[in-house]
Design a protein around this ligand. Structure first.
Ligand code: TRP
Length: 505
């Protein structure tokens, strides 16, 4: 039985959904901490290279194959490049599921901080995230955050976030469109308010200056390039076939050259102003965010927000805004990850939406709950409350630095060489006013794969001999090694089973 395939009711609906997918925690948190780590303005050059050389062409590719086949990623890849393609497709879905699990846990923490910003309704003695925020390492928001981690609350919040996702996905494109029509404009308005308040604070402009003052030495550091590439993949939701499933709900004649420009423009301009907001808030207090991305959003930015006003309730309003922004931006991204897997399962197994949603939700909730376990967050959680080594940091390190780029590489190689870059190019050109020239083929077949390989090899060389000393990695070496192997093995197994053991319609 052929199942009914969803359609977007309007082009706006699609653009809102796709840009909502792209704009998320990656834009608000990861971008700022990367830009900070890698020399402020110097990050922009690799970032722009990443946008034009990798981001836009790969986005056109992912969108294009969705329209070409009207299928989501694994089955689209199968149609275009055989079983190898399908394998890469499921491998990407395994990666998506993995990212999704901890993405939702992060959203659950953000929800906790959001509720905490109101002045905690649940704690005795009651205090809010923003009470007595002292400028010390152990500020209240940090204590609040860590206290919360050791309770059952994050588990409940995980369930709430999954439930919200479920509600938005229940009716497919119809309910997704309704959700993004509400959420995406809010994300923009809140962010603009934060920027205005941030730069108008005394000292706020210094932060902006820092962001735009390049530290050119960093340009020769290969980690900067690797970080910029990964940031671009993550931020644009690329390499995982997310946009393929969204594009498969469009008519075949969609203009994906335009769509790719529009979605990237929306995403990167949002990221740009988010950088301004965060950096101005941080510099007001001369705060220097340390590497960890989680700390940036959960206790460094709150310190900055505390300076928004002398009036307590206004600070709280700021806090509510910021965490609500994180939650909302995250939700419009997490639905895209879930939908990509749901539509892939439906294409493969010809099942009802509800059943496919359950197949993602059940392992998903389980995974997200695992990430809330204090031990996984920090084996020494009872210690001094620093994040130190965390399982989450490790995963983040491996998925971010290798996973995204490896999957992207496989996709580009398969489509560029097996299917043929020229075929994709011609398909895209058919419906576009701007014509992609032959350079597009060279980009897909040579430039992108070579760049990705170089960056991957450099990262690997840099990581490998240094275990135990970098990134506050643990002194026990088995853990960082175990994680990539575990990930590779389990995701390969998942892809193998779905590709070769489950029959296709
Ligand atoms: N782009 C989103 C963000 O910036 C995250 C995201 C959504 C994502 N879908 C993805 C990342 C697929 C990787 C792959 O927060």
């Amino acid at each position: 039985m052929k199942h009914f395939r969803d359609k977007w009711s309007s082009k706006i609906g699609f653009i809102l959904a796709a840009s909502g997918s792209a704009i998320g925690i990656g834009n608000i948190v990861f971008f700022s901490s990367n830009a900070y780590k890698f020399g402020g303005g110097a990050f922009y050059l690799p970032y722009l290279v990443a946008l034009f050389v990798l981001g836009l062409p790969i986005m056109m590719l992912e969108l294009g194959i969705g329209s070409m086949t009207s299928k989501s990623f694994p089955m689209a890849m199968r149609e275009l490049s055989g079983k190898k393609g399908e394998f890469v497709g499921w491998w990407a879905m395994a990666g998506t599921l993995f990212i999704l699990m901890y993405y939702i846990t992060i959203l659950a923490w953000a929800l906790g901080m959001l509720l905490g910003s109101f002045g905690s309704l649940f704690d005795t003695p009651t205090y809010s995230v923003f009470d007595n925020l002292a400028l010390t390492a152990n500020n209240k928001s940090r204590i609040f955050f860590f206290n919360q981690l050791t309770t059952w609350k994050p588990a409940v919040f995980v369930l709430v976030i999954w439930l919200l996702n479920w509600m938005m996905l229940k009716k497919g494109t119809a309910s997704i469109e309704k959700a993004v029509q509400l959420l995406v404009p809010i994300i923009w308005i809140f962010m603009l308010l934060l920027v205005i308040r941030g730069v108008s604070l005394d000292g706020g402009i210094d932060g902006v200056m820092y962001l735009f003052t390049p530290n050119w030495q960093e340009i020769f550091n290969p980690s900067v390039w690797s970080a910029a590439f990964s940031q671009m993949f993550f931020s644009l939701s690329l390499g995982f076939g997310i946009l393929t499933s969204y594009a498969s709900y469009l008519p075949k004649n969609a203009n994906h050259v335009n769509n790719a420009f529009l979605i990237s423009f929306l995403n990167c301009s949002f990221e740009f102003i988010a950088g301004i907001a965060i950096f101005s808030l941080l510099f007001v207090f001369a705060i220097h965010p340390i590497g960890a991305t989680i700390s940036l959003s959960f206790f460094v930015v709150p310190q900055g927000i505390d300076n928004i006003s002398d009036i307590g309730w206004l600070v709280q309003v700021g806090g509510v805004f910021f965490f609500l922004l994180l939650v909302i931006a995250g939700l419009s991204s997490s639905i895209s990850m879930i939908e990509a897997i749901v539509s892939a399962l439906r294409d493969k197994l010809q099942i009802q939406r509800k059943k496919a949603l359950l197949m993602v939700t059940i392992p998903g909730i389980f995974g997200s709950l695992l990430f809330t376990l204090p031990y996984i967050i920090d084996p020494e959680i009872t210690g001094n409350g620093t994040l130190g080594l965390t399982m989450l940091d490790l995963l983040d390190h491996w998925v971010f630095k290798y996973g995204l780029l490896l999957i992207g590489l496989s996709e580009v190689v398969l489509l560029g060489w097996v299917l043929g870059a020229d075929m994709v190019r011609k398909f895209l050109n058919k419906h576009s006013k701007i014509n992609l020239g032959h350079w597009f083929n060279y980009l897909l077949k040579y430039v992108i794969p070579i760049l990705l390989v170089v960056v991957l090899v450099f990262s690997f060389l840099q990581d490998f001999p240094l275990y135990g000393s970098r990134y506050d990695m643990p002194s026990f070496d088995w853990l960082p090694l175990f994680i990539p192997f575990f990930w590779l093995l389990s995701s390969y197994l998942f892809a193998y089973l779905l590709t070769f053991k489950v029959s296709s319609p």
